[in-house]
Design a protein around this ligand. Structure first.
Ligand code: ADP
Length: 405
């Protein structure tokens, strides 16, 4: 038995889960939000109780220290001593072409995460700050890095090379990487289990639809293509991100006086559902407005569903046979109407939705395809933190086994 702490350190928040492994029991979980702002907020959930507190944290390092202090703090703590934490698993966004799976953190891994910060400047630095903060406070504890890109390192060259001069790949490693890999892998494994198959015996399209969205073609349990590319901007339109564009639009806007920074903001923060509707990036708001007859809200929803359908169609063409499609993420798990709209009229590729099962499935694992549908449809709530805890536990117990041989 081992207590595994999972840390997801971002630029403005640190999320944490403390698991008892291998039972995968959550002993505590929570977050420090709005790091670096005037008032940060700690939320700590243990058992059936929730403790919240206004705190002051100026960076990830301070936030991680606060989390560790909270885990042992008087009334709300769940540990007598922080040394009870047996291992720490971290979500790390970019592992470049180097990391094909989760790894135990050492100096080389740290140097690589630092190197790949060039490809993920908003994510890898806070991820690394989380690793360093734990290293400083819990010296000697084994840490594991779980990469969002790792699951996609099986994508073949034919799918990851852009139609750009090949030298740009050689010189700058400009290629498609893909993200949300921890989620896609978890969902693909759950689909295999629910279908009674081995984890390498399923062809499935996994649709992670949240604020960020990506769709992955999984063949024989391995990613062979995914909609996000060099950055998480590519693919379907998202809450505020544009998704796929004709790159000439950006040159055109540059000629009209937009600089690189404003184009970055435009594509990342002002586009997608928010940009099309002019109203909101949140599907719940758009569904309400659309129901009241708001045309731009309806258009945003329609564009989103249409583009998800196109990716499903494209990936159905490279997966033979297509066994299943799975929906996850805040939208995929909860937005009944969107799942219905996405799956409508896809009988030519063997997709038949069970309307009643679809309506009943909200936020829990469920099969939503009609009986006899050649392609099975599933709702699978993602659980990236559990996937990280499992990888961490496995790697650490393997290491101990090797060390004691
Ligand atoms: P993130 O990518 O930030 O983790 P989430 O996976 O939480 O985001 O997804 C956020 C999206 O999920 C939002 O568009 C939100 O409207 C949508 N969503 C969450 N709950 C529901 C719900 N009950 N019905 C419809 N959409 C929902």
């Amino acid at each position: 038995m081992m207590k595994v702490l999972v840390i997801n350190a971002g630029s403005s928040s640190v999320k944490y889960y403390l698991y008892q492994m291998p039972q995968a029991e959550v002993l505590a979980r929570g977050s420090v939000e709005r790091i670096g702002e005037q008032a940060s907020k700690l939320t700590h959930v243990f058992g059936s109780k929730t403790f919240t507190s206004d705190v002051s944290t100026s960076d990830v390092d301070e936030a991680v220290h606060l989390v560790l202090d909270t885990l042992v703090q008087g009334e709300v703590g769940v540990l007598d001593d922080i040394s009870e934490v047996g291992a720490v698993g971290h979500r790390v966004v970019h592992g470049g072409e180097e990391f094909t799976g989760s790894v135990i953190v050492d100096e080389h891994v740290i140097a690589s995460i630092e190197k790949f910060a060039d490809l993920a400047p908003l994510h890898n630095p806070p991820n690394l700050a989380g690793i360093r903060a734990i290293g400083a406070k819990l010296s000697g504890v084994t840490q594991v890095a779980c990469f969002d890109t790792a699951f996609h390192t099986t994508i073949p060259k034919v799918a990851y090379i852009y139609g750009l001069p090949y030298e740009l790949y050689e010189k700058y490693r400009i290629r498609r990487y893909g993200f949300h890999g921890i989620s896609h892998r978890y969902v693909a494994r759950r689909v295999a289990a629910l279908m009674g198959r081995g984890k390498y015996d399923v062809n499935v399209i996994t649709c992670h639809l949240g604020n960020g969205c990506s769709i992955t073609a999984v063949k024989g349990g391995r990613s062979i293509d995914t909609s996000m590319g060099f950055t998480p901007l590519e693919g379907v339109p998202m809450g505020t991100r544009s998704g796929d564009l004709d790159p000439a639009i950006l040159f055109y806007l540059a000629d009209k006086g937009h600089d690189a920074q404003s184009l970055k903001t435009l594509c990342n923060k002002q586009s997608g559902l928010l940009g099309i509707s002019g109203l909101s990036n949140d599907i719940r708001n758009l569904l309400q407005l659309s129901a009241k007859g708001n045309e731009r809200a309806t258009l945003a929803i329609d564009v989103f569903c249409y583009r998800v359908r196109k990716y499903i169609g494209a990936y159905a063409a490279v997966l033979e046979p297509l066994d299943a499609i799975a929906f996850t993420g805040g939208i995929g798990e909860n937005a009944v109407q969107l799942r219905e709209q996405i799956c409508r009229g896809m009988s030519q590729i063997g997709v038949h939705l069970d309307q009643t099962a679809n309506k009943a499935a909200a936020g829990a694992e469920a099969r939503i395809s009609a009986t006899g549908s050649p392609v099975k449809l599933f709702v699978i709530p993602t659980n990236e933190q559990l996937a990280i805890a499992k990888d961490t536990y496995e790697l650490v117990t393997q290491e101990h086994a090797v060390a004691s041989r």
